[in-house]
Write a protein that binds this ligand. Structure first.
Ligand code: DQA
Length: 154
């Protein structure tokens, strides 16, 4: 009997999220991005999944990473940072990726400035988790686990 590979979840962080630890901790918390990614990888492992984390400050690289997910990832956790609110090319690339996705924001974007209320990707994500800090990623991974299990059991 051959072992079935654990589902692969891509975790994409966009612009300025590499600056966690230097940004307002009352809004974004105190974890750095490497600390947050380590936490995500551990939680994914506990749920029987593999997490592949990626960050860039370059929109074109983010778009190309989304393209590469097509047919290679079982799920996606996506936090594009400020691109969330205006980067329509990222919305189109997410559509091309065609992977079940959960949108995550550390802060509660609905309770902040008006311009943060628009998400160009929300219609392509089956869930959004906002304002839960690092625990929001736990929620997203659990939602993806449920979704993947539902897909494999029919
Ligand atoms: C963010 C919210 C965005 O509005 C902001 O531009 C970010 C981070 C969050 O995780 O709370 O850079 O996506």
């Amino acid at each position: 009997m051959s072992a079935v590979a654990a589902p692969l979840v891509a975790v994409l962080h966009g612009v300025n999220l590499d600056q966690l630890g230097h940004r307002d901790a009352t809004v974004y918390g105190a974890l750095t991005l490497p600390e947050l990614e380590a936490r995500i990888e551990q939680r994914a492992g506990e749920l029987g999944m593999r997490a592949s984390c990626f960050h860039t400050n370059h929109e074109g690289e983010f778009v190309e990473r989304l393209h590469a997910l097509r047919g290679t990832a079982d799920g996606l956790v996506i936090n594009p940072g400020a691109w969330t609110h205006y980067a329509w090319a990222i919305r189109d690339a997410l559509e091309i990726a065609g992977v079940p996705a959960v949108e995550v924001h550390l802060s509660d974007v609905q309770q902040r400035e008006r311009w943060r209320r628009l998400s160009v990707i929300d219609e392509l994500c089956f869930a959004t988790v906002s304002g839960r800090g690092p625990e929001g990623y736990d929620d997203a991974l659990s939602l993806l686990r449920e979704r993947i299990d539902a897909g494999t059991t029919g």
